[in-house]
Ligand binder design. Sequence first.
Ligand code: SF4
Length: 239
Amino acid sequence: MSDQRASREAVARLARARALGERFLYRTDEVGEETVGSTSTAPDETGFDAAGWEALQQEVLGCTKCELHKTRTQGVFGSGTPHTGFMIVGEAPGYYEDQQGEAFVGKAGQLLTKILAAIGFGRDEVFITNILKSRPPKNADPTLQQVAACEPYLERQIEIINPAVILALGRHAARTLLGVDGSMASLRGRVFEYRGVPLVATYHPAALLRNPKFKRPTWEDVQLAKKVYDEELQKRAAQ
Ligand code: SF4
């Protein structure tokens, strides 16, 4: 895509989002106006708590609340922008995430980028994070104690972002967030709620890489999440 076309599309997205009442801000280099990641110390005119976000990030990166801080390379706060209505939550950082300090990198992350592009989002237009912010050794399943220690960070992220929808990736993430047992087959294709936010669950991109038969249901689920997102923005605009 040419720079000019990318810029035109970014401007169009911004106009569409504003018309819908969304709290999006884009980088200066994309649209020639406004900024992302304001360093102001008070909620800005959009209501975004930049100081709270920055403080939360520092807290996570220095956190020692559970034993995972001893084995991680670094904490992984999340990737993308908090100025979004579309939030993605996985289970925990893996090897590459732990090394790079970014959420969803490596092959699974590349596939997630493609999935997002298919519904019209760039990675820098959503916020991607995990329930646990530090990698469990050997990618072990999170323990109840680890989740209990770390989940308040996710709750605060959700509180500040105020997303229109959450897309939960993978059975463990979905089961933890929803507090229910069940296979992904039984949890996908429906709209739940987490802390008052609509939540759609689907397969983890790593599962898609292992088993292509999950591609179709995943495509249906991300389309459902996008539909919920669009509807939620419409509702907010009408308020
Ligand atoms: S997993 Fe969460 S609670 Fe545990 S050390 Fe990392 S940031 Fe802290």
